[in-house]
Unconditional design. Sequence first.
Length: 435
Amino acid sequence: MIPRYTRPEMASIWEPQTRFKIWFEIEAHAADALAELGVIPKEAAKTIWAKAKHATFDVARIDEIERETKHDVIAFLTHLAEIVGPEARFVHQGMTSSDVLDTCLNVQLTRAADLLISDLDKVLAALKKRAFEHKMTPTIGRSHGIHAEPVTFGLKMAYAYAEFSRARERLVAARKEVATCAISGAVGTFAQIDPRVEEHVAKAMGLEPEPISTQVIPRDRHAMYFATLGVIASSVERLAIEIRHLQRTEVLEAEEFFSEGQKGSSAMPHKRNPVLSENLTGLSRMVRAYAMPAMENVALWHERDISHSSAERMIGPDATVTLDFALMRLAGLIEKLLIYPANMQKNLDRLGGLVHSQRLLIALTQKGASREDAYKYVQRNAMPVWRGEGDFQTLLKKDPDVKKHLSDAEIEEQFDLGYHFKHVDTIFRRVFGES
């Protein structure tokens, strides 16, 4: 985790103290279940909770023990015994390290998902606000970076809203998929521990029992989780790139908020750069990168090897922390985005009406011209305008082939900007509902 791109609430999920607290809760809930089953004394289970429930675990001491034992869970259990005393001999009975590690990881991932879902809600709220604010603000739609036909800026925000709504649904599903618990022993057979212990721990930790585990919870669950984060990051980048393009000097239809005292360049005092959206592009690349090792972690030897372990120690915190930061940055960027309708109109007018070429094409075919001829008539009048050699409507009115089919009034009718926006309300209802 890089402090520059880390928010405290998400970071706290991955702190050692939090991890050890979760490890303890897993062990203590398991002890409760074992006590109810008569495997260990009930007083022992009560003592475990009483002695360690409010304890602050000594991370340095655990690290010291691990340097000798070369085993993190044993180091923790040894330290827990120092806190609990003799009753600690009833901790971890019939369990294996992965029962603790995997269940803990899934608790952390579900908590991280809850924060990310909240982040997405903030992004969605910002997008919805700006979409309705500029629902009918005309701007040029571009394909291949080239002027195509008119859209509205509200539609651009609505595109993103719909995409992030799907992102939210995927993350809710990924959270559900990863929210499982395994307390099944060395190779998942429950040979040394009753399945009812797993059921008890799962319920206590807000998880579902893993239907069948080996020594570990199957990693396809985690692969889907991190793949979902990667797809969300791609949506972040898509919107960030849109803003970067719109902020270019030659376009300047929208711009990141530039605060008082902010500097754009160490060399050029005039600069106002899209630094936030460029930063989001870079962060998105990293989140996507974490998806690949998660997918490679699915294929483990037999009932388990530890090739996944080192990767997960990095990608768990880093992917969630990075996406959390990116989503909150994106929400703020959209909330404060400066939008310039006058520049949008100026850019709409730059091509002298060429953005209405398809309407002319259709109108000519409806009046009897073949599509091939109609395309030829429209294109031969469009190309001079593209070169800055005239006005599209004027040239069309002078073209004898066009005039055979369309009157001046009918030509003028095809240049109505509002025609392009007649279904904006329909699109908004599809995206936002009837509200």
